[in-house]
Design a protein around this ligand. Structure first.
Ligand code: ADP
Length: 686
């Protein structure tokens, strides 16, 4: 066995491989780019080597740099993960030349499967069933169109060099062919630098069922059952499960045997996946073979109890497969949901940003999280926006699905738009529960998936969510005030009054919260009855003149318990700040409600002649003072930052001018309306 390996990858897959290597007592070397210098995989590895700039073509994709890193650190083998160089025959060859073991198949197998059309020709010879189509060398449009006309529409045009759903076009009729052909070629050229096309029959209700195979170099080959990856957006997988639903033992072994036959046809070694389209009538067709570990391999690990990375390392080191076919069994059911930084309502547009808050469900034998990021990390533009894979397991599909929904509800991410809500809505549709699934699942169930989200937005907003958010901010402020009072040695300190409303403030507060860009003015009035206090919260906005809610509540850490109209409920609250926004999110059993706080426009409103004082917008704490007396400042320059009700407020210069005096410093408590500094506007502005 190797004593040290290099992982030529990043993110969750690098972390995943490092975990197994550690378990096996193998030392690990990570590689990283500028964007990843502080990434989790770098911290987890025993050593790390810098490759270059953030774009992957300057770092993770540079073969010479990766090989040099392995030589420098004395790594005996390289695990390529998936993506990047994992299916690059040149890289595999370069490893061989340097006497470094490539943890993957031989060069010839990668080359054979590198082109979809060449792969199909090999499989046709090995008598593996193929979708009817044309995958010849003649690339004349007329030739491909004739083939399409002959098999009948719809057809699918595919780039032979394709991957990740790119360079593919459905063509539904003869007269659409030319435009589809041109578009697919353009996309293929820009994505792969190769616009060779094949055309095949487009199946309208297929499932994507793939078989995990493993071969060693002692002539042993097994299949570790199947995964159903039919739920896709833009031909990319979103949710995977194992085993596939409604699979008979007969079909399972037939597909498994065929997959082994496909692998053996190319002299395969290591982990591979043979992808099939499974048609409604039970016929299945070879699509392609991925000569690497798949993103979705964890579902297979969960149902088979095997560690596939360990298998890869053993096979690469020349050992025999750890189990025979007879020794492999399926236990229970597993799902994987890919958590992406993306906006499902905007055609799944990738999102970037800082993970201001990242809380995951608790891991157990039922819940596994494969991730490469921590709270505070950045989802950058440079790499795939997958944040994590959430994998769940239980005895049956029904139970596992229930766990999946629950775990998705427990996931909390702030700072970056994610697909979590979308995934939750998807897995809780009746169609998904009933396994009424094919590759157009998302399209077919669009209404149900997106409708749930819309409905939720309008419901309960005024009666529950806005009051809860406002109450949380007030109660948090009260708690903070009490804590400060306890710390203070001055018994006369006004902060010893343990009530949020003090000094000259009336016993009510106002704030503006926006939901989906619609602003609501909220006033909160504290009332007392007997010894208990309760709050009257009034909300205006979006056509509502005033909606008043009477509520009580208490907070405990990040949890708020609110009673409105005799109904007691709980939410987990996250308050996060970023450069442009203060957000408060309520996580509840049936969804997340996120509000942004609209900050008062201090400068301009209060100081028409721009001469005199700037006042605190509300009770709070001074976080930082950015100017000194006598300093000349320009319009909108930040002068001070205050924190009030968990939100940050920047006090900005109303115009160009001079700061004459500053009355507070960082850490001071400030009551609303108090003068913070003396400012005089520049003379030429008058
Ligand atoms: P890529 O390598 O880009 O991922 P694949 O050939 O693996 O492309 O196909 C991706 C997805 O496209 C499949 O999972 C399936 O949903 C769909 N697909 C591919 N070929 C066909 C076909 N002939 N008919 C219907 N759907 C197909």
């Amino acid at each position: 066995m190797f004593s040290k390996i290099l992982i030529a990858n990043r993110g969750e897959i690098a972390c995943r491989i490092i975990k197994t290597a550690k378990k096996m007592g193998i030392l690990t070397v990570a590689v990283y780019s500028d964007a990843d210098k502080d990434a989790l995989h770098v911290h987890m590895a025993d050593e790390a080597v810098y490759l270059g700039a953030s774009p992957s073509r300057e770092s993770y994709l540079v073969i010479e740099k990766v090989i040099a890193a392995a030589k420098k650190t004395g790594a005996q083998a390289i695990h390529p993960g998936y993506g990047f160089l994992s299916e690059n025959a040149d890289f595999c060859r370069a490893c061989q030349q340097e006497n470094i073991t490539f943890i993957g198949p031989p060069v010839a197998a990668i080359e054979a499967m590198g082109s979809k059309s060449a792969a199909k020709n090999i499989m046709a010879k090995a008598k593996v069933p193929l979708v009817p189509g044309y995958h010849g060398e003649d690339q004349n449009e007329h030739t491909l169109k004739q083939a399409a006309d002959a098999m009948g529409y719809p057809v699918l045009l595919k780039a032979t060099a394709g991957g990740g759903g790119k360079g593919m076009r459905e063509v539904w009729s003869e007269d659409e062919f030319s435009a589809g052909f041109a578009a697919a070629k353009r996309e293929a050229m820009s994505s792969f630098g190769d616009d060779t096309m094949l055309v095949e029959k487009y199946l309208t209700q297929p499932r994507h069922v793939e078989i995990q195979v493993f071969c060693d170099n002692h002539q042993n080959a097994v299949y570790l059952f199947e995964r159903d990856c039919s739920v896709q957006r833009r031909h990319q997988k979103v949710i995977e499960e194992a085993p596939a639903f409604s699979m008979s033992e007969f079909l399972r072994s037939k597909m498994g045997e065929t997959a082994i036959k496909s692998a053996q046809a190319i002299g395969y070694q290591g982990a591979g996946t043979v992808e099939f389209l499974l048609d409604v009538d039970g016929s299945f067709y070879f699509m392609e073979m991925n000569t690497r570990l798949q993103v979705e391999h964890p579902v297979t690990e969960m149902i088979s109890g095997q560690d596939l990375v360990e298998w890869q390392l053993r096979v690469a080191a020349g050992e025999k497969l750890p189990k025979t076919q007879q020794e492999l069994t399926i236990t229970g059911h597993a799902f994987e949901a890919r958590i992406y930084a993306e906006d499902p309502s905007n055609d799944f547009l990738p999102a970037t940003g800082q993970l201001n808050l990242l809380k995951t469900p608790v891991e157990s034998k039922h819940v596994r999280i494969d991730t490469g990021v921590r709270q505070g990390d950045e989802v950058s533009v440079f790499y795939d926006p997958m944040i994590a894979k959430l994998i769940v397991w239980d005895e049956s599909r029904e139970k596992a699905l229930q766990r999946l929904a629950k775990a998705l509800r427990e996931y909390r991410i702030e700072g970056v738009t994610t697909n979590i809500e979308f995934l939750y809505n998807l897995v809780t549709t009746d169609a998904f529960k009933n396994a009424d699934i094919d590759t157009s699942f998302i399209e077919k169930n669009r209404q149900a998936i997106f409708h749930q989200a819309n409905e939720k937005q309008n419901d309960e907003l005024l009666t529950k969510q806005l009051p809860t958010a406002a109450l949380y901010l007030i109660l948090d402020l009260e708690n903070k005030t009490k804590a400060l009072a306890r710390q203070s040695n001055d018994p006369h300190s006004p902060w010893h009054i343990t009530n949020a409303w003090r000094l000259n403030e009336p016993h009510n507060h106002s704030l503006t919260l926006a939901y989906n860009d619609i602003e609501y003015a909220v006033t909160i009035e504290q009332k007392r009855q007997a010894s208990a206090s309760y709050y009257l919260i009034s909300i205006k906005g979006n056509g509502v003149t005033s909606h008043v809610v009477d509520c009580q509540g208490e907070i405990e850490g990040e949890k708020i318990t609110v009673t409105i109209d005799g109904h007691r409920s709980q939410s987990i609250v996250a308050v996060t700040h970023n450069k442009t926004d203060n957000r408060i999110s309520l996580y509840q059993e049936h969804g997340v409600f996120s509000f942004s706080q609209v900050l008062p426009d201090h400068g301009q409103n209060q100081d028409d002649d721009h001469h005199g004082g700037l006042t605190a917008p509300m009770n709070g704490t001074m976080i930082s003072v950015l100017v000194t007396p006598g300093e000349h400042v320009t319009k909108d320059q930040p002068l001070m930052i205050m924190e009030a009700m968990k939100m940050e407020h920047t006090i900005k210069a109303p115009s160009d001018g001079i700061v004459n005096e500053v009355f507070f410093s960082a850490g001071d408590m400030v009551s609303g309306g108090t003068e913070l500094l003396v400012f005089s506007k520049d003379a030429e502005d008058n």
